[in-house]
Design a protein around this ligand. Structure first.
Ligand code: CAA
Length: 247
């Protein structure tokens, strides 16, 4: 498997920690050259993966900022001496949970910007090089919350938006041999979900079919498959990694 991807570049946003970091590690283990982009922890996370012998660079990235995205993509390609990106994982995400009646405009904007502007900004930067190459994989991190979850009007709207974005791009880009898929993780153990109140965590645990909280690696395994040649006929899909959880 390693050999299959040894000249391929994968960009993973929000990969300083959590699911993104697990994805960076898994893709690195599969032989990809990987660029980790995040607001923080990108250097030390990349350094830790390099210690495992993986080809990883960590660079600053604010997905809400067009210029930052452009600089990240340029610097990633320059670092690995390549002129195209093979895999883009739009993983960066935040939560600002509150009941809608209490939700501030700032919390609405912040969540919409990171997920939807973030995916737009990053995908625009790489799509032309994928088209020229006649190959590409775009993987968008949606969430089970896209189905609607109390306290998450902003996040649910953003994650549902990513589903529409994914399905539309899959139709437009399929002719260039670019697949575009979305993943809907359920309750995964990350720094983000550790902020969820205990009362709510317990409710989630009761509703799981597989009686454990998800691990970032559970999601990373699916990303690695979608990025591989074995997944070349899968596009426009939203695939859950939920342990059977429903909201
Ligand atoms: N359905 C309907 N109404 C509800 C409700 C529910 N499930 N939960 C709360 N409410 C309403 C009720 O009127 C409730 O009053 P009672 O307690 O008297 O019944 C009222 O809200 C107040 O509830 P809280 O005391 O919990 O209010 P709060 O303002 O302190 O917090 C909240 C509200 C922010 C939504 C909080 O409950 C919360 O954080 N919920 C978790 C949201 C959540 O599921 N986040 C998922 C994080 S994991 C993730 O996002 C990763 C992923 O991709 C899946």
């Amino acid at each position: 498997m390693g050999v299959q991807h040894e000249n391929s570049l994968a960009l993973v946003t929000g990969a300083g920690s959590g699911i993104g970091l697990a994805i960076a590690r898994k893709l690195g283990e599969k032989g990809f050259k990987v660029a980790i982009g995040d607001l923080k922890n990108y250097e030390e996370s990349a350094e830790n993966l390099r210690k495992l012998g993986l080809h990883v660079v960590g660079l600053p990235l604010d997905v809400t900022n067009w210029d930052s995205c452009s600089e990240f993509v340029e610097a990633s390609m320059a670092h690995f001496k390549t002129d195209h990106v093979d895999v883009l994982v739009n993983n960066a995400g935040i939560i600002r949970d509150s009941l809608f009646v209490k939700m501030s405009r700032e919390d609405w904007d912040a969540v919409i910007k990171v997920h939807l502007y973030g995916a737009f900004n990053m995908t625009k930067q790489v799509v032309e090089s994928m088209i020229s190459k006649g190959h590409g994989r775009i993987i968008n991190m949606s969430s089970l919350s896209w189905t609607g979850n109390v306290g998450q009007a902003n996040y649910s709207a953003a994650k549902a938006g990513l589903v529409g974005f994914t399905k539309t791009l899959s139709k437009e880009l399929g002719r260039y041999n670019i697949t575009v898929n979305a993943i809907a993780p359920g309750f995964i153990d990350t720094p983000m979900t550790r902020t969820v109140p205990d009362k709510i965590r317990e409710k989630f645990m009761e509703r799981l079919s597989i009686k454990r909280i998800g691990e970032p690696e559970d999601v990373a395994n699916l990303v690695a498959f979608l990025a591989s040649d074995e997944a070349s006929y899968i596009t426009g899909e939203l695939i859950g990694v939920t342990g059977g959880l429903t909201f």
